[in-house]
Design a protein around this ligand. Structure first.
Ligand code: B12
Ligand code: SF4
Length: 433
Protein backbone atom coordinates (compact mmCIF):
# COMPACT_ATOMS: atom_id res chain seq x y z
CA UNK A 1 0.00 0.00 0.00
CA UNK A 2 1.27 3.49 -0.92
CA UNK A 3 1.24 5.83 2.12
CA UNK A 4 0.89 9.24 0.42
CA UNK A 5 -1.61 10.00 -2.33
CA UNK A 6 -0.08 8.51 -5.47
CA UNK A 7 1.34 10.73 -8.19
CA UNK A 8 0.18 9.31 -11.48
CA UNK A 9 1.50 9.92 -14.96
CA UNK A 10 -0.21 8.69 -18.11
CA UNK A 11 2.06 8.27 -21.11
CA UNK A 12 1.39 8.25 -24.86
CA UNK A 13 4.32 6.51 -26.58
CA UNK A 14 6.17 8.14 -29.48
CA UNK A 15 4.83 7.64 -32.97
CA UNK A 16 7.62 8.22 -35.42
CA UNK A 17 6.14 5.85 -37.99
CA UNK A 18 2.80 7.46 -38.59
CA UNK A 19 3.24 10.52 -40.81
CA UNK A 20 -0.14 12.10 -41.40
CA UNK A 21 -1.05 13.77 -44.66
CA UNK A 22 -1.25 17.59 -44.80
CA UNK A 23 -4.35 18.73 -42.94
CA UNK A 24 -4.25 15.68 -40.69
CA UNK A 25 -1.65 17.01 -38.25
CA UNK A 26 -4.25 16.71 -35.50
CA UNK A 27 -3.68 12.92 -35.63
CA UNK A 28 -0.59 13.56 -33.52
CA UNK A 29 -2.06 16.38 -31.47
CA UNK A 30 -5.61 15.55 -30.52
CA UNK A 31 -6.18 14.53 -26.94
CA UNK A 32 -6.84 10.78 -26.78
CA UNK A 33 -10.18 9.87 -25.27
CA UNK A 34 -8.65 7.04 -23.23
CA UNK A 35 -6.14 9.07 -21.25
CA UNK A 36 -8.29 12.22 -21.09
CA UNK A 37 -11.01 10.45 -19.14
CA UNK A 38 -8.61 8.44 -17.00
CA UNK A 39 -6.69 11.59 -16.02
CA UNK A 40 -9.97 13.45 -15.39
CA UNK A 41 -11.12 10.69 -13.02
CA UNK A 42 -7.75 10.40 -11.26
CA UNK A 43 -7.80 14.14 -10.62
CA UNK A 44 -11.39 14.02 -9.43
CA UNK A 45 -10.30 11.45 -6.85
CA UNK A 46 -7.91 14.06 -5.49
CA UNK A 47 -4.75 12.36 -6.79
CA UNK A 48 -2.11 14.06 -8.92
CA UNK A 49 -2.38 13.29 -12.66
CA UNK A 50 -0.08 14.32 -15.47
CA UNK A 51 -0.26 13.38 -19.15
CA UNK A 52 3.06 12.90 -20.95
CA UNK A 53 2.44 12.97 -24.69
CA UNK A 54 5.40 11.75 -26.75
CA UNK A 55 3.72 11.47 -30.15
CA UNK A 56 5.49 14.39 -31.77
CA UNK A 57 9.20 14.47 -32.63
CA UNK A 58 11.81 12.12 -31.22
CA UNK A 59 11.67 12.43 -27.43
CA UNK A 60 14.83 11.98 -25.37
CA UNK A 61 14.08 8.63 -23.77
CA UNK A 62 16.79 8.93 -21.10
CA UNK A 63 15.30 12.20 -19.85
CA UNK A 64 11.74 10.95 -20.01
CA UNK A 65 12.60 7.78 -18.13
CA UNK A 66 14.45 9.70 -15.43
CA UNK A 67 11.60 12.18 -15.10
CA UNK A 68 9.04 9.38 -14.67
CA UNK A 69 11.18 7.34 -12.29
CA UNK A 70 11.93 10.37 -10.09
CA UNK A 71 8.49 11.91 -9.95
CA UNK A 72 5.74 9.31 -10.07
CA UNK A 73 4.42 6.40 -8.04
CA UNK A 74 2.36 5.02 -10.90
CA UNK A 75 3.17 5.18 -14.58
CA UNK A 76 0.26 4.25 -16.85
CA UNK A 77 1.10 3.70 -20.52
CA UNK A 78 -1.35 3.46 -23.40
CA UNK A 79 -0.30 1.20 -26.26
CA UNK A 80 -0.74 0.95 -30.02
CA UNK A 81 0.84 -1.55 -32.36
CA UNK A 82 3.86 0.73 -32.76
CA UNK A 83 4.53 0.87 -29.04
CA UNK A 84 6.51 -2.33 -28.49
CA UNK A 85 10.09 -0.99 -28.85
CA UNK A 86 9.28 1.97 -26.60
CA UNK A 87 7.65 -0.26 -23.99
CA UNK A 88 10.60 -2.64 -24.02
CA UNK A 89 13.15 0.12 -23.47
CA UNK A 90 11.29 2.39 -21.10
CA UNK A 91 9.63 -0.08 -18.74
CA UNK A 92 12.90 -1.76 -17.86
CA UNK A 93 14.73 1.56 -17.42
CA UNK A 94 12.02 2.95 -15.13
CA UNK A 95 12.11 -0.21 -13.05
CA UNK A 96 15.91 -0.04 -12.78
CA UNK A 97 15.86 3.58 -11.64
CA UNK A 98 12.86 3.28 -9.33
CA UNK A 99 11.69 -0.27 -8.63
CA UNK A 100 8.81 1.14 -6.58
CA UNK A 101 7.24 2.97 -9.52
CA UNK A 102 4.28 0.80 -10.48
CA UNK A 103 3.98 0.25 -14.22
CA UNK A 104 0.44 -0.18 -15.52
CA UNK A 105 -0.09 -0.83 -19.21
CA UNK A 106 -3.36 -0.75 -21.17
CA UNK A 107 -4.76 0.11 -24.58
CA UNK A 108 -5.73 -1.80 -27.71
CA UNK A 109 -2.28 -3.26 -28.30
CA UNK A 110 -1.79 -4.58 -24.77
CA UNK A 111 -5.37 -5.89 -24.74
CA UNK A 112 -4.80 -7.89 -27.90
CA UNK A 113 -1.68 -9.69 -26.67
CA UNK A 114 -1.54 -9.46 -22.85
CA UNK A 115 0.17 -12.74 -21.99
CA UNK A 116 3.16 -12.26 -24.28
CA UNK A 117 3.71 -8.69 -23.05
CA UNK A 118 3.37 -9.64 -19.37
CA UNK A 119 5.89 -12.43 -19.88
CA UNK A 120 8.46 -10.28 -21.65
CA UNK A 121 8.25 -6.91 -19.96
CA UNK A 122 8.48 -5.68 -16.34
CA UNK A 123 4.82 -4.64 -16.26
CA UNK A 124 3.25 -4.72 -12.78
CA UNK A 125 -0.36 -4.62 -13.86
CA UNK A 126 -1.83 -4.92 -17.34
CA UNK A 127 -5.37 -3.78 -18.08
CA UNK A 128 -7.34 -5.69 -20.69
CA UNK A 129 -10.18 -3.87 -22.44
CA UNK A 130 -11.74 -0.81 -20.87
CA UNK A 131 -9.57 1.20 -18.54
CA UNK A 132 -11.30 3.93 -16.58
CA UNK A 133 -13.15 1.98 -13.89
CA UNK A 134 -10.34 -0.57 -13.55
CA UNK A 135 -7.66 2.07 -13.20
CA UNK A 136 -9.52 3.86 -10.43
CA UNK A 137 -10.16 0.54 -8.65
CA UNK A 138 -6.45 -0.12 -8.87
CA UNK A 139 -5.62 3.26 -7.35
CA UNK A 140 -8.14 2.67 -4.56
CA UNK A 141 -6.54 -0.67 -3.88
CA UNK A 142 -3.05 0.82 -3.72
CA UNK A 143 -3.91 3.97 -1.83
CA UNK A 144 -6.50 2.87 0.66
CA UNK A 145 -5.91 -0.86 0.55
CA UNK A 146 -9.50 -1.05 -0.56
CA UNK A 147 -10.28 -4.44 -2.10
CA UNK A 148 -8.11 -7.21 -3.39
CA UNK A 149 -6.22 -7.19 -6.68
CA UNK A 150 -7.85 -10.47 -7.62
CA UNK A 151 -11.28 -8.85 -7.35
CA UNK A 152 -10.45 -6.16 -9.91
CA UNK A 153 -11.82 -7.25 -13.29
CA UNK A 154 -9.80 -7.31 -16.49
CA UNK A 155 -6.26 -7.23 -15.18
CA UNK A 156 -3.10 -9.29 -15.48
CA UNK A 157 -0.48 -9.17 -12.72
CA UNK A 158 2.44 -11.08 -11.36
CA UNK A 159 2.04 -12.61 -7.94
CA UNK A 160 5.28 -14.09 -6.58
CA UNK A 161 6.43 -15.00 -10.05
CA UNK A 162 3.08 -16.41 -11.17
CA UNK A 163 1.08 -14.64 -13.85
CA UNK A 164 -2.56 -14.13 -12.85
CA UNK A 165 -5.48 -12.99 -15.00
CA UNK A 166 -8.80 -11.85 -13.57
CA UNK A 167 -11.98 -12.22 -15.61
CA UNK A 168 -12.65 -9.41 -18.08
CA UNK A 169 -15.53 -7.15 -17.06
CA UNK A 170 -18.41 -7.63 -19.46
CA UNK A 171 -20.64 -4.99 -17.89
CA UNK A 172 -18.88 -2.00 -19.30
CA UNK A 173 -18.40 1.47 -17.90
CA UNK A 174 -21.49 3.61 -18.01
CA UNK A 175 -20.35 6.37 -20.35
CA UNK A 176 -23.27 8.49 -19.15
CA UNK A 177 -21.77 8.64 -15.65
CA UNK A 178 -18.43 10.06 -16.74
CA UNK A 179 -17.66 13.70 -15.91
CA UNK A 180 -16.95 16.26 -18.62
CA UNK A 181 -13.49 15.66 -20.09
CA UNK A 182 -10.71 17.96 -18.91
CA UNK A 183 -8.92 18.54 -22.20
CA UNK A 184 -6.58 21.11 -20.66
CA UNK A 185 -4.74 18.29 -18.90
CA UNK A 186 -2.95 17.72 -22.21
CA UNK A 187 0.49 19.33 -22.47
CA UNK A 188 0.77 22.51 -24.59
CA UNK A 189 -2.93 23.13 -24.11
CA UNK A 190 -3.85 21.04 -27.17
CA UNK A 191 -7.43 21.09 -25.97
CA UNK A 192 -7.50 24.86 -25.99
CA UNK A 193 -6.33 25.26 -29.57
CA UNK A 194 -8.84 25.90 -32.27
CA UNK A 195 -9.07 22.75 -34.27
CA UNK A 196 -10.16 19.18 -34.55
CA UNK A 197 -10.28 16.51 -31.88
CA UNK A 198 -10.98 12.80 -31.77
CA UNK A 199 -14.10 12.16 -29.73
CA UNK A 200 -16.24 9.15 -28.90
CA UNK A 201 -20.03 8.85 -28.81
CA UNK A 202 -20.08 5.06 -28.39
CA UNK A 203 -17.72 2.16 -27.76
CA UNK A 204 -17.17 -1.36 -28.95
CA UNK A 205 -18.11 -3.29 -32.05
CA UNK A 206 -20.09 -6.52 -32.11
CA UNK A 207 -18.90 -7.51 -35.59
CA UNK A 208 -15.95 -9.77 -36.29
CA UNK A 209 -14.14 -8.68 -39.45
CA UNK A 210 -11.18 -11.03 -39.84
CA UNK A 211 -8.49 -8.35 -40.16
CA UNK A 212 -9.69 -6.18 -37.28
CA UNK A 213 -8.54 -6.18 -33.70
CA UNK A 214 -11.22 -4.31 -31.82
CA UNK A 215 -10.87 -5.51 -28.25
CA UNK A 216 -14.14 -4.15 -26.85
CA UNK A 217 -16.58 -6.61 -28.37
CA UNK A 218 -19.90 -5.21 -27.25
CA UNK A 219 -21.48 -2.01 -28.51
CA UNK A 220 -22.69 0.60 -25.98
CA UNK A 221 -23.33 4.31 -26.32
CA UNK A 222 -23.70 7.67 -24.62
CA UNK A 223 -27.23 8.97 -24.47
CA UNK A 224 -27.96 11.85 -26.88
CA UNK A 225 -28.56 14.11 -23.85
CA UNK A 226 -25.20 13.26 -22.29
CA UNK A 227 -23.44 13.76 -25.60
CA UNK A 228 -25.17 17.10 -26.17
CA UNK A 229 -24.11 18.39 -22.77
CA UNK A 230 -20.49 17.22 -23.26
CA UNK A 231 -20.21 18.82 -26.68
CA UNK A 232 -21.74 22.04 -25.39
CA UNK A 233 -19.24 22.01 -22.51
CA UNK A 234 -16.36 21.53 -24.96
CA UNK A 235 -17.60 24.29 -27.26
CA UNK A 236 -17.92 26.64 -24.32
CA UNK A 237 -14.58 25.85 -22.68
CA UNK A 238 -12.27 25.03 -25.55
CA UNK A 239 -11.83 26.35 -29.03
CA UNK A 240 -12.77 23.15 -30.82
CA UNK A 241 -14.55 23.56 -34.14
CA UNK A 242 -14.58 20.07 -35.62
CA UNK A 243 -15.07 16.60 -34.13
CA UNK A 244 -13.73 13.33 -35.55
CA UNK A 245 -15.96 10.69 -33.98
CA UNK A 246 -13.84 7.59 -33.50
CA UNK A 247 -16.63 5.14 -32.68
CA UNK A 248 -15.74 1.84 -34.37
CA UNK A 249 -19.37 1.50 -35.45
CA UNK A 250 -20.95 4.96 -35.38
CA UNK A 251 -24.04 3.76 -37.27
CA UNK A 252 -24.65 0.60 -35.24
CA UNK A 253 -28.26 1.76 -35.28
CA UNK A 254 -29.41 4.14 -37.98
CA UNK A 255 -32.12 5.46 -35.64
CA UNK A 256 -29.55 6.65 -33.12
CA UNK A 257 -27.60 8.45 -35.86
CA UNK A 258 -30.78 10.24 -36.88
CA UNK A 259 -31.41 11.35 -33.27
CA UNK A 260 -27.78 12.50 -32.93
CA UNK A 261 -28.12 14.54 -36.13
CA UNK A 262 -30.83 16.62 -34.45
CA UNK A 263 -28.50 17.18 -31.48
CA UNK A 264 -25.56 18.19 -33.69
CA UNK A 265 -27.69 20.52 -35.79
CA UNK A 266 -28.67 22.42 -32.66
CA UNK A 267 -25.01 22.76 -31.63
CA UNK A 268 -23.76 24.10 -34.93
CA UNK A 269 -20.66 21.89 -35.06
CA UNK A 270 -18.94 20.18 -37.99
CA UNK A 271 -17.87 16.57 -37.72
CA UNK A 272 -16.84 13.35 -39.47
CA UNK A 273 -17.17 9.68 -38.58
CA UNK A 274 -16.46 6.10 -39.62
CA UNK A 275 -19.35 4.02 -40.91
CA UNK A 276 -20.21 0.42 -41.53
CA UNK A 277 -21.48 0.46 -45.10
CA UNK A 278 -24.17 -2.20 -44.78
CA UNK A 279 -26.06 -0.08 -42.25
CA UNK A 280 -26.12 3.22 -44.13
CA UNK A 281 -28.86 4.72 -46.31
CA UNK A 282 -29.51 7.89 -48.28
CA UNK A 283 -31.80 9.46 -45.63
CA UNK A 284 -29.16 8.95 -43.00
CA UNK A 285 -26.39 10.45 -45.20
CA UNK A 286 -28.57 13.39 -46.04
CA UNK A 287 -29.51 14.12 -42.42
CA UNK A 288 -25.84 13.79 -41.49
CA UNK A 289 -24.85 16.37 -44.08
CA UNK A 290 -27.53 18.75 -42.85
CA UNK A 291 -26.26 18.28 -39.30
CA UNK A 292 -22.69 19.38 -40.11
CA UNK A 293 -21.10 16.10 -41.19
CA UNK A 294 -18.45 16.87 -43.78
CA UNK A 295 -16.71 13.54 -44.33
CA UNK A 296 -17.55 9.89 -43.98
CA UNK A 297 -14.93 7.16 -43.71
CA UNK A 298 -16.38 4.00 -45.25
CA UNK A 299 -14.94 0.58 -44.48
CA UNK A 300 -14.90 -0.70 -48.08
CA UNK A 301 -11.67 -2.73 -47.66
CA UNK A 302 -11.96 -4.59 -50.99
CA UNK A 303 -13.99 -4.94 -54.16
CA UNK A 304 -13.24 -8.63 -54.53
CA UNK A 305 -16.35 -10.66 -53.68
CA UNK A 306 -14.12 -13.44 -52.35
CA UNK A 307 -12.18 -11.10 -50.05
CA UNK A 308 -15.37 -9.46 -48.78
CA UNK A 309 -16.83 -12.88 -48.04
CA UNK A 310 -13.67 -14.17 -46.36
CA UNK A 311 -13.32 -11.10 -44.14
CA UNK A 312 -16.87 -11.32 -42.83
CA UNK A 313 -17.79 -7.82 -44.00
CA UNK A 314 -21.36 -8.83 -44.77
CA UNK A 315 -21.46 -6.75 -47.96
CA UNK A 316 -21.17 -7.27 -51.71
CA UNK A 317 -19.55 -5.09 -54.32
CA UNK A 318 -22.83 -3.73 -55.75
CA UNK A 319 -24.00 -2.69 -52.26
CA UNK A 320 -20.75 -0.80 -51.72
CA UNK A 321 -21.16 0.99 -55.04
CA UNK A 322 -24.77 1.93 -54.25
CA UNK A 323 -23.92 3.32 -50.78
CA UNK A 324 -20.95 5.30 -52.05
CA UNK A 325 -23.21 6.91 -54.70
CA UNK A 326 -25.80 7.77 -52.00
CA UNK A 327 -23.20 9.37 -49.73
CA UNK A 328 -21.85 11.47 -52.61
CA UNK A 329 -25.36 12.50 -53.68
CA UNK A 330 -26.03 13.62 -50.11
CA UNK A 331 -23.10 16.05 -50.47
CA UNK A 332 -20.59 14.24 -48.27
CA UNK A 333 -16.89 13.81 -48.97
CA UNK A 334 -16.26 10.09 -49.11
CA UNK A 335 -13.07 8.45 -47.92
CA UNK A 336 -12.84 4.71 -48.57
CA UNK A 337 -10.60 2.51 -46.45
CA UNK A 338 -8.92 -0.07 -48.69
CA UNK A 339 -6.88 -3.02 -47.45
CA UNK A 340 -4.42 -4.14 -50.08
CA UNK A 341 -3.62 -7.83 -49.96
CA UNK A 342 -6.58 -9.54 -48.32
CA UNK A 343 -6.81 -13.23 -49.23
CA UNK A 344 -9.00 -13.53 -52.31
CA UNK A 345 -7.63 -10.34 -53.86
CA UNK A 346 -6.15 -10.59 -57.38
CA UNK A 347 -4.36 -8.19 -59.69
CA UNK A 348 -7.66 -7.75 -61.53
CA UNK A 349 -9.62 -6.86 -58.37
CA UNK A 350 -6.90 -4.37 -57.40
CA UNK A 351 -7.39 -2.73 -60.80
CA UNK A 352 -11.11 -2.58 -60.07
CA UNK A 353 -10.35 -0.59 -56.89
CA UNK A 354 -8.34 1.87 -58.96
CA UNK A 355 -11.16 2.22 -61.54
CA UNK A 356 -13.74 2.62 -58.78
CA UNK A 357 -11.67 5.41 -57.20
CA UNK A 358 -11.52 7.24 -60.51
CA UNK A 359 -15.17 6.64 -61.46
CA UNK A 360 -16.53 8.13 -58.22
CA UNK A 361 -13.63 10.47 -57.44
CA UNK A 362 -13.61 9.24 -53.86
CA UNK A 363 -10.60 9.69 -51.58
CA UNK A 364 -8.78 6.37 -51.10
CA UNK A 365 -7.17 5.55 -47.72
CA UNK A 366 -4.91 2.56 -48.44
CA UNK A 367 -3.40 0.14 -45.95
CA UNK A 368 -1.61 -3.13 -46.49
CA UNK A 369 -3.08 -6.02 -44.57
CA UNK A 370 -1.46 -5.71 -41.12
CA UNK A 371 -1.18 -8.93 -39.11
CA UNK A 372 -2.64 -7.49 -35.90
CA UNK A 373 -2.33 -9.62 -32.76
CA UNK A 374 -5.66 -11.24 -32.06
CA UNK A 375 -6.43 -11.82 -35.76
CA UNK A 376 -5.81 -15.02 -37.75
CA UNK A 377 -3.17 -13.12 -39.79
CA UNK A 378 -1.05 -12.71 -36.67
CA UNK A 379 -0.85 -16.48 -36.25
CA UNK A 380 0.01 -16.95 -39.93
CA UNK A 381 2.64 -14.19 -39.79
CA UNK A 382 4.33 -15.61 -36.68
CA UNK A 383 4.37 -19.13 -38.12
CA UNK A 384 5.18 -18.48 -41.78
CA UNK A 385 7.32 -15.34 -41.65
CA UNK A 386 9.04 -15.55 -38.23
CA UNK A 387 9.38 -19.29 -37.55
CA UNK A 388 7.19 -19.02 -34.45
CA UNK A 389 9.12 -16.14 -32.84
CA UNK A 390 6.40 -13.79 -31.64
CA UNK A 391 8.68 -11.03 -30.33
CA UNK A 392 10.43 -10.78 -33.71
CA UNK A 393 7.03 -10.48 -35.33
CA UNK A 394 5.98 -7.79 -32.82
CA UNK A 395 9.08 -5.76 -33.63
CA UNK A 396 8.39 -6.06 -37.34
CA UNK A 397 4.75 -5.02 -36.96
CA UNK A 398 5.82 -2.08 -34.79
CA UNK A 399 7.66 -0.60 -37.75
CA UNK A 400 4.77 -1.08 -40.09
CA UNK A 401 3.12 2.14 -41.13
CA UNK A 402 1.89 4.11 -44.09
CA UNK A 403 3.15 1.65 -46.64
CA UNK A 404 6.69 1.48 -45.30
CA UNK A 405 6.63 -2.31 -45.06
CA UNK A 406 4.67 -5.07 -46.68
CA UNK A 407 3.88 -8.61 -45.60
CA UNK A 408 2.27 -10.28 -48.56
CA UNK A 409 -0.42 -12.89 -47.75
CA UNK A 410 -1.43 -13.33 -51.42
CA UNK A 411 0.15 -14.57 -54.63
CA UNK A 412 -0.02 -11.06 -56.11
CA UNK A 413 3.54 -9.85 -56.84
CA UNK A 414 4.83 -7.39 -54.18
CA UNK A 415 5.54 -4.83 -56.89
CA UNK A 416 1.88 -4.70 -57.90
CA UNK A 417 0.69 -4.15 -54.32
CA UNK A 418 3.32 -1.46 -53.79
CA UNK A 419 2.37 0.32 -57.03
CA UNK A 420 -1.32 0.35 -56.15
CA UNK A 421 -0.56 1.53 -52.60
CA UNK A 422 1.64 4.37 -53.87
CA UNK A 423 -0.96 5.35 -56.45
CA UNK A 424 -3.74 5.52 -53.83
CA UNK A 425 -1.52 7.36 -51.38
CA UNK A 426 -0.71 9.97 -54.03
CA UNK A 427 -4.40 10.45 -54.84
CA UNK A 428 -5.21 10.72 -51.14
CA UNK A 429 -2.65 13.53 -50.76
CA UNK A 430 -3.95 15.26 -53.92
CA UNK A 431 -7.61 15.10 -52.98
CA UNK A 432 -6.90 15.69 -49.30
CA UNK A 433 -8.13 13.30 -46.64
C1 B12 B 1 -8.32 7.42 -33.54
C2 B12 B 1 -7.61 6.15 -34.01
C3 B12 B 1 -6.41 6.32 -34.67
C4 B12 B 1 -5.76 7.68 -34.90
C5 B12 B 1 -5.01 8.23 -33.71
C6 B12 B 1 -4.12 7.26 -33.03
C7 B12 B 1 -3.31 7.93 -31.97
N1 B12 B 1 -2.30 7.27 -31.48
O1 B12 B 1 -3.58 9.04 -31.60
C8 B12 B 1 -4.85 7.40 -36.12
C9 B12 B 1 -5.63 7.76 -37.36
C10 B12 B 1 -3.51 8.12 -36.17
C11 B12 B 1 -4.70 5.90 -36.02
C12 B12 B 1 -3.71 5.23 -36.65
C13 B12 B 1 -3.59 3.85 -36.61
N2 B12 B 1 -4.44 2.97 -36.08
CO1 B12 B 1 -5.99 3.48 -35.08
N3 B12 B 1 -7.57 3.81 -34.24
C14 B12 B 1 -8.18 4.87 -33.80
C15 B12 B 1 -9.54 4.52 -33.22
C16 B12 B 1 -10.55 4.72 -34.34
C17 B12 B 1 -10.01 5.30 -32.00
C18 B12 B 1 -9.10 5.25 -30.76
C19 B12 B 1 -9.87 5.78 -29.59
O2 B12 B 1 -9.74 6.94 -29.22
N4 B12 B 1 -10.74 4.95 -28.99
C20 B12 B 1 -11.57 5.31 -27.85
C21 B12 B 1 -10.82 5.01 -26.54
C22 B12 B 1 -11.69 5.33 -25.34
O3 B12 B 1 -10.52 3.63 -26.53
P1 B12 B 1 -9.02 3.07 -26.31
O4 B12 B 1 -8.02 3.98 -26.86
O5 B12 B 1 -8.98 1.66 -26.73
O6 B12 B 1 -8.88 3.13 -24.71
C23 B12 B 1 -9.59 2.30 -23.82
C24 B12 B 1 -8.83 1.01 -23.45
O7 B12 B 1 -7.98 0.55 -24.48
C25 B12 B 1 -8.09 1.36 -22.20
N5 B12 B 1 -6.80 2.01 -22.23
C26 B12 B 1 -6.22 2.71 -23.21
N6 B12 B 1 -5.04 3.19 -22.82
C27 B12 B 1 -4.85 2.82 -21.54
C28 B12 B 1 -3.80 3.07 -20.65
C29 B12 B 1 -3.88 2.56 -19.35
C30 B12 B 1 -2.77 2.84 -18.40
C31 B12 B 1 -5.01 1.81 -18.95
C32 B12 B 1 -5.10 1.28 -17.57
C33 B12 B 1 -6.06 1.55 -19.85
C34 B12 B 1 -5.97 2.06 -21.14
O8 B12 B 1 -8.99 2.25 -21.56
C35 B12 B 1 -9.64 3.08 -22.53
C36 B12 B 1 -11.01 3.40 -22.06
O9 B12 B 1 -11.73 2.28 -21.68
C37 B12 B 1 -9.36 3.00 -32.87
C38 B12 B 1 -10.64 2.20 -32.90
C39 B12 B 1 -11.45 2.48 -31.64
N7 B12 B 1 -12.63 2.97 -31.83
O10 B12 B 1 -10.98 2.32 -30.52
C40 B12 B 1 -8.36 2.56 -33.92
C41 B12 B 1 -7.30 1.49 -33.56
C42 B12 B 1 -6.77 1.79 -32.20
N8 B12 B 1 -6.26 1.71 -34.56
C43 B12 B 1 -5.74 0.62 -34.95
C44 B12 B 1 -4.73 0.55 -35.96
C45 B12 B 1 -4.38 -0.83 -36.45
C46 B12 B 1 -4.14 1.70 -36.47
C47 B12 B 1 -3.05 1.79 -37.54
C48 B12 B 1 -2.02 0.69 -37.54
C49 B12 B 1 -3.71 1.91 -38.91
C50 B12 B 1 -2.70 2.01 -40.05
N9 B12 B 1 -2.76 1.07 -40.92
O11 B12 B 1 -1.89 2.86 -40.13
C51 B12 B 1 -2.43 3.16 -37.23
C52 B12 B 1 -1.28 2.98 -36.25
C53 B12 B 1 -1.15 4.07 -35.24
C54 B12 B 1 0.04 3.81 -34.36
N10 B12 B 1 1.03 4.62 -34.44
O12 B12 B 1 0.10 2.82 -33.67
C55 B12 B 1 -6.31 -0.58 -34.23
C56 B12 B 1 -5.34 -1.06 -33.15
C57 B12 B 1 -5.28 -2.54 -33.05
C58 B12 B 1 -4.25 -2.99 -32.03
N11 B12 B 1 -4.45 -4.19 -31.55
O13 B12 B 1 -3.30 -2.31 -31.69
C59 B12 B 1 -7.67 -0.04 -33.74
C60 B12 B 1 -8.18 -0.69 -32.46
C61 B12 B 1 -8.66 -0.22 -34.89
C62 B12 B 1 -9.06 -1.66 -35.09
N12 B12 B 1 -10.27 -1.99 -34.76
O14 B12 B 1 -8.30 -2.47 -35.57
N13 B12 B 1 -5.67 5.35 -35.28
S1 SF4 C 1 -13.68 -3.40 -39.12
FE1 SF4 C 1 -15.23 -2.07 -38.17
S2 SF4 C 1 -17.15 -3.30 -38.34
FE2 SF4 C 1 -15.45 -4.75 -38.65
S3 SF4 C 1 -15.04 -5.60 -36.60
FE3 SF4 C 1 -13.65 -3.83 -36.89
S4 SF4 C 1 -14.67 -2.09 -35.98
FE4 SF4 C 1 -16.24 -3.71 -36.30
Amino acid sequence: MIKTKPRVCLVVPPDSIYVPAPGLEFYKESPLMSLTMMATLVLKKGYHAEIIDLRKGEPDRENITRYIANNFDICGITTWIHSYPFLEEVTSKIKKQNPKCLIVVGGPFFSSIPKLLMEHLPIDVGVIGEGEVTFIELLNHLYSNDGDLQNICGIAYNNRGKLNFTSVNLSQANLNNFPNPKLDLWPDGFGRKKGTIFYETSRGCPYRCSFCSDTIKKYFAKSPQKLASELEYIKLNYDISHFFFVDPCFNFTVDRVKVLCKVFEGLGITWECMLRIAKADYDMFSLMHKAGCRKVWLGVESLSEESLEKSGKGIKKDIIEGKVKQALEAGLRVICWFILGLPGETEATLDEMVNFTEKYQIIPRPNYLIPLPGTPYWDIAVKDFFSGEEIKCLKWVAEFGNGKKLMNFTSIPDRKLINVFDYFYGIMLQRGA
